[in-house]
Design a binder for this molecule. Structure first.
Ligand code: UT7
Length: 338
């Protein structure tokens, strides 16, 4: 009889561009200041992909190559590659196809998944289902966004928030009795939020035209205050739901891994779920909001601190609205040998 497997993260890697866009540099571009940005968002700088003629796949390929190397994985052993992004290189073909081709994942089928800032968690949940069913043994999930390509650098309400980056994880099958891996996931969506965080033009409803370009309608726009409130409520509730469903209290958890949209959002969520801030992964100060890349970039930054058996809660919120939470038990010791 085929045994049901449990998906587990077996490695993580990331890539951020070299160019650093500081708050002081933004002061020269729009009417803003470092003190406002720092106190209202927690962001001090973000990375921007400046190279001409390259898109999201450029960063994702770097992250996946590093992932394959550090996990000593033959690219031909990958069964599936999912790329979560809202800034694909092109509308078609999928950026995932481009990444898989570039890294030599010749056996993998691959596709993009679009769930805005929740895309990586949705992708990881999808990977976990393919593993559990036995359909795939090794899956790569990438979260990558070149947010600078859809950011209006004349709009101070949004241009201070976003950055570019990519992160990737290798998901493999563990025996259920190993105790590690992805234990439980809740994914949610509510299209009632569709006009609160969106790109007006460029899709089939309002294709690109001279008028849409003149209207600056291809840039991301949001109703910041309402998105802020919805994010705090949704992430707090879904974290509490997953903790209650798995009989967990804050003391059981090694880290809360939240989508990095605004430090104040994370602080409020942490307070509501009674999680001390020392247990909250934070890197928004140096990368800003990289949309689908924030969660794998957090895991990448904190990898050396993670130990086998650590209990993590991941939580996300983004355009759509989409949101969710995942409970996982970390599957390997990441500490560098002394
Ligand atoms: O990742 C997807 C999810 N996205 C989010 O979760 C983002 C959620 N929203 C936010 O993070 C916050 O709403 C923002 C950071 C976008 C804005 O912060 P806020 O505290 O909600 O500011 P606000 O929009 O209420 O604006 C307060 C004041 C306004 O001035 P007045 O009307 O009080 O005079 C704004 O015009 O701050 C002004 N302001 C700025 N001032 C300096 C807005 N943006 C800026 C700026 N620099 N960049």
């Amino acid at each position: 009889m085929k045994r049901i497997k449990r998906a587990s993260i077996a490695g993580v890697a990331g890539y951020v561009p070299d160019y650093v866009l500081t708050n002081h540099a933004l002061e020269q571009m729009v009417d803003t200041n470092d003190a406002w940005i720092t106190t209202r968002t927690g962001i001090q700088e973000r990375r921007i992909l400046k190279e001409e003629g390259v898109g999201t796949s450029f960063m994702a390929i770097e992250a996946v190559k590093d992932l394959l190397q550090k996990t000593a994985t033959d690219p031909a052993a990958i069964d599936l590659l999912i790329c979560a992004t809202i800034t694909p290189d092109r509308i078609t073909p999928a950026t995932a196809n481009i990444i898989a081709h570039a890294v030599g994942a010749t056996r993998a089928f691959s596709y993009d998944l679009q769930a805005a800032c929740s895309g990586f968690l949705y992708g990881l949940d999808t990977a976990a289902q393919f593993i559990a069913s036995g359909r795939a043994k090794k899956v790569i999930v990438v979260g990558a966004d070149k947010m600078s390509s859809i950011t209006d650098y004349t709009d101070r309400a949004t241009c201070i928030l976003f950055g570019d980056g990519a992160g990737a994880v290798l998901v493999t099958a563990d025996e259920l009795d190993s105790g590690c891996g992805i234990i439980d996931t809740i994914c949610k969506a509510d299209g009632a939020g569709q006009n609160l965080l969106y790109q007006k033009a460029g899709g089939s409803k309002l294709p690109a035209s001279h008028a849409t370009v003149d209207d600056r309608a291809h840039y991301i726009q949001q109703d910041g205050q309402n998105v802020f409130k919805a994010a705090v409520t949704a992430m707090s509730e879904v974290v509490m739901e997953i903790m209650a469903g798995n009989q967990l209290t804050a003391s059981d958890i090694a880290y809360l891994v939240p989508h990095q949209a605004n430090r104040r959002i994370l602080k409020l969520v942490a307070e509501r779920v009674a999680m001390p801030m020392e247990k909250v992964m934070l890197n928004i100060n140096k990368y800003g909001n990289t949309t689908a890349a924030t969660i794998p970039l957090c895991l990448w930054d904190y990898e050396q601190k993670l130990k086998k058996g650590d209990k993590l809660i991941v939580t996300v919120f983004g355009g759509g609205f989409t949101w969710g939470a995942m409970y996982m038990i970390w599957g390997y010791n990441s500490c560098k040998p002394m």
